[in-house]
Design a protein around this ligand. Structure first.
Ligand code: CUV
Ligand code: SF4
Length: 626
C-alpha cells in the first residue's frame, strides 16, 4: 500500500504508514505531528549552550564569537555549560538504569526472605555463578540463603562509598588499570550519580575535562554496575534467555482477544502480568465476555524482556506506542517506568483503552493508577489483568483497525545462549573472527527519534554491517526494528556477506542477535570482556564497534559513555547537544582515545555510519595481525 509522501517519509514500516493514515483520518495527533510543531527546535539547546543551573540565569551563550554573550552570569563559558549539561544527562540515564537494577535487587531480597508475592528463583546455576563472583558460600546452602546474601551484596553496590563495584572486575585487567589510572573506576553507583549533581551545581567543577571524566565514571557505574545488576538478577529471578521464536509488529494484536500491552522496562511487573494472564478464572472471564482469550504483547524494553524469556510477541518500538492505541484494539496499556509518552493519556481517551500506571515513581495524566508492589505482586497483577478483561466489553468494533503486518523472529541470545550455540566455548567465534569469515562484531542499540526516518537508521546501518560480514548484536528499539524486517531469522543469513552467512548457517543463528533490553547492553559488555580475556587483550583492541542510530534518551547518553569508556568506538546517529563547545566536542571525538582507548563519532547517514564502524574494525584487525 502506498500513501502520500508525508506519511511515507516518516517511517520505513508499512504498519506505521497504515496507522499514520488512520490517525490522519481520525484527526489524531502523534509524536511526529508534535515534532513538526516544535520546529525549528531551539538552537541554543541543540548546541548545549543554555544553562538553568542557578537563578541568576537562565543564561545562554551566543554561538557567534563577536556578537552576544560569551559567558554566563557566573562567568561559565560554553565549554563549561556544555560539559555540565552533558554529564547531567549521564546522571539521568545512569540513575534510570540503576534504579531499575535496584528494584531487581529488592525483589530478589524479598523473594529470598519469603516475602515476595509470587516470585521464585528460577535460574539456580546463575545464582551459583554470581555467588561465586561475590565470594558467597554455596555449599550445603539453600537457594534462598544464597540469594539473600547475593541480594544484600548487590544491593550494597548502590550505596557503597568505596569501590570497587564487583562486576567491573569482569573487565580485562588492563581496562581496570586504565580506569584506575584515569580516576574513573567507580566507587558506589549512587555516589557517582550524586557527585555529578554536586559538581554541576553553580560554582563547583568548572573544568570541562574534569567534568567529563566524572561523567564517564558514573556511566561505568551504570554499564558495569546498575545495568549489569538489572540483567543478572533478572536472569536469576526469571530465567536466563535462550533462543525462542516469536513475532513482531502491530499485527500481533488480535481482533478477537483481550489485548494487553505491557510497556516500559522492568520485568518485575511484566513477568507477573504474564503469570496473571494465564490464570484460568481470568481466561474464563475473557471468554465469557466474548473474547477467544487474553493476548499479552510487549512494547519497548519491557517487550524485549518478555520476548527474550517467553517468546511473547513484540507490538513495536518507541515510536509505535501511540499507534498501538490508535488500533482501537488495545484493552489495557500497562506501564511502569521509562520511555512512556505522557501523550498516551489523551489518546486513550479517544478510544476505550485503559491506560494503567503501576509504579509509585511514574504517574501519567489520564492514567488509572493501580499501584504494584512486589509483596503482593501476583494478586495485584491479577487485578490489573482483570480490569483489562472487563474493559473488553467497551471496545468499539467500528474503531478497530489492526494492520496485518507482523514478522517472525528468533530471539533470546543471552551470553549463555550464544555460548551454547557455539558448542560451549568461544573458540568457534574466535576462529571465525581470526579467519575473517566474521570481520568483527557490532553492537547496535538505542531508541527511535522523529529526527530520523523511523527504523531507517537502524535497519539501514545493520543491513550494511551484515553485508560486510560484521555480526550484529542488538538490544532496545534497534532490536525491535530488526525483528520487524526479518533480520532476526536464521534465513536472514542470506542477506549477509559470504563469510558471515556461512558461520550463521553452520550454527543455525540469525546474523543479528537479539540480546535483550537496554540494561542488557551489559550482556554485550560481558561478551566483549570474555572475548578480550580469552585473547589476552583489552576490549579496545577487539574488532568491535557500537552504534545508536536513532537515540534520544538520557539513558542512551549514559550507554554511549560507558560503551566508549569500555574501549569501544561508537557512532551516534543523532547529534548530541555538545557542538556549542569545541573542547567537549574534541574530547568526545578525539582525546577520549588517549583516556579510554575509544571515542565517539557522529554520522547521521546510516550507510556512512556503518562504513566508519567497519573502518574501525579493520584497523583493530590489522593491529591484532589478523
Ligand atoms: Ni530501554 S531507552 S526508547 S525503550 S531503546 Fe527504546 Fe529501550 Fe530507547 Fe527507550
Ligand atoms: Fe547562568 Fe552560571 Fe547560573 Fe548557569 S550557573 S544559570 S551559567 S549564572
Amino acid at each position: 500500500m502506498a500513501f502520500d509522501d508525508k506519511i511515507m517519509e516518516k517511517s520505513i514500516d508499512p504498519a506505521v504508514h497504515q496507522m499514520l493514515d488512520r490517525a490522519e483520518q481520525l484527526g489524531l495527533e502523534t509524536v511526529w505531528d508534535r515534532y513538526e510543531k516544535m520546529l525549528p527546535e531551539c538552537g541554543f539547546g541543540e548546541l548545549g549552550v543554555c544553562c538553568r543551573n542557578c537563578n541568576m540565569g537562565p543564561c545562554r551563550i551566543s554561538p557567534f564569537e563577536d556578537d552576544g554573550p560569551q559567558r554566563g552570569i557566573c562567568g561559565a563559558t560554553a565549554d563549561i555549560i556544555v560539559a555540565r549539561n552533558l554529564i547531567r544527562m549521564i546522571a539521568g540515564g545512569a540513575a534510570a538504569h540503576s534504579d531499575h537494577g535496584r528494584d531487581l535487587a529488592h525483589t530478589l531480597l524479598l523473594t529470598a526472605e519469603g516475602k515476595s508475592g509470587g516470585y521464585e528463583i528460577k535460574d539456580e546455576a546463575k545464582l551459583a555463578a554470581l555467588a561465586a563472583e561475590y565470594g558467597i558460600a554455596t555449599d550445603q546452602r539453600s537457594k534462598e540463603a544464597i540469594a539473600e546474601d547475593l541480594a544484600k551484596a548487590v544491593y550494597a553496590e548502590f550505596g557503597k562509598q568505596e569501590g570497587p563495584l564487583q562486576f567491573t572486575r569482569r573487565a580485562p585487567q588492563k581496562r581496570v588499570a586504565q580506569w584506575q589510572k584515569m580516576g574513573i573506576d567507580p566507587r558506589g553507583i549512587d555516589r557517582e550519580i550524586v557527585e555529578i549533581m554536586h559538581r554541576t551545581h553553580i560554582g563547583v567543577d568548572n573544568d570541562p575535562v574534569n567534568l567529563i571524566l566524572q561523567g564517564l565514571k558514573a556511566s561505568i557505574a551504570d554499564g558495569w554496575g546498575g545495568s549489569m545488576v538489572a540483567t543478572e538478577i533478572s536472569d536469576v529471578l526469571f530465567g536466563t534467555p535462550m533462543p525462542v521464536k516469536s513475532e513482531a509488529n502491530l499485527g500481533v494484536l488480535k481482533e478477537d482477544h483481550v489485548n494487553i500491552i505491557a510497556h516500559g522496562h522492568e520485568p518485575v511487573l511484566s513477568e507477573m502480568i504474564l503469570a496473571a494472564a494465564g490464570d484460568p478464572s481470568l481466561v474464563a472471564n475473557a471468554k465469557a465476555a466474548g473474547a477467544k482469550g487474553i493476548n499479552v504483547v510487549g512494547m519497548c524494553c519491557t517487550g524485549n524482556e518478555i520476548v527474550m524469556r517467553h517468546g511473547i510477541p513484540l507490538a513495536g518500538n518507541f515510536m509505535q506506542q501511540e499507534l498501538a492505541i490508535i488500533t482501537g484494539a488495545v484493552d489495557a496499556m500497562i506501564v511502569d517506568v521509562q520511555c512512556i509518552m505522557p501523550a498516551l493519556g489523551d489518546l486513550c481517551e479517544c478510544f476505550h483503552t485503559r491506560f494503567i500506571s503501576t509504579s509509585p515513581k511514574a504517574k501519567f495524566p489520564g492514567a488509572v493508577h493501580m499501584q504494584f508492589s512486589e509483596e503482593s505482586a501476583l494478586a495485584i497483577a491479577k487485578e490489573i489483568v482483570g480490569s483489562a478483561v472487563e474493559n473488553y466489553a467497551h471496545r468499539v468494533p467500528e474503531k478497530v483497525f489492526i494492520p496485518a503486518d507482523k514478522t517472525a523472529c528468533m530471539v533470546g541470545f543471552s551470553t549463555e545462549a550464544i555460548l551454547k550455540a557455539l558448542g560451549g566455548s568461544l573458540d568457534p567465534l574466535l576462529d571465525a573472527i581470526k579467519s575473517g569469515a566474521v570481520r568483527g562484531i557490532a553492537g547496535v542499540v538505542g531508541c527511535n527519534n522523529p529526527k530520523i526516518k523511523h527504523d531507517e537508521g537502524h535497519v539501514g546501518l545493520v543491513r550494511h554491517l551484515i553485508e560486510n560480514n560484521v555480526l550484529v548484536v542488538t538490544t532496545g528499539c534497534n532490536a525491535i526494528a530488526c525483528a520487524k524486517v526479518g533480520l532476526m531469522l536464521p534465513e536472514a543469513a542470506d542477506d549477509a556477506g559470504d563469510g558471515l552467512k556461512g558461520v550463521c548457517k553452520a550454527l543455525g543463528i540469525p546474523p543479528v542477535l537479539h540480546m535483550g533490553s537496554c540494561v542488557d547492553i551489559s550482556r554485550i559488555l560481558s561478551v566483549c570482556a570474555a572475548v578480550a580475556n580469552a585473547l589476552g587483550v583489552d576490549i579496545c583492541d577487539l574488532p568491535v564497534a557500537g552504534a545508536a542510530p536513532e537515540w534520544m534518551s538520557e539513558k542512551a547518553v549514559s550507554i554511549g559513555a560507558y560503551v566508549v569508556s569500555s574501549g569501544i568506538f561508537t557512532v551516534l546517529g543523532t547529534v548530541p547537544p555538545v557542538l556549542g563547545s569545541p573542547v567537549v566536542t574534541e574530547v568526545l571525538t578525539q582525546a577520549a582515545n588517549d583516556v579510554v582507548g575509544a571515542a565517539f563519532a557522529v554520522e547521521t547517514d546510516p550507510v556512512k555510519a556503518a562504513g566508519l564502524m567497519i573502518d574501525n574494525i579493520d584497523k583493530k584487525r590489522q593491529a591484532l595481525g589478523i
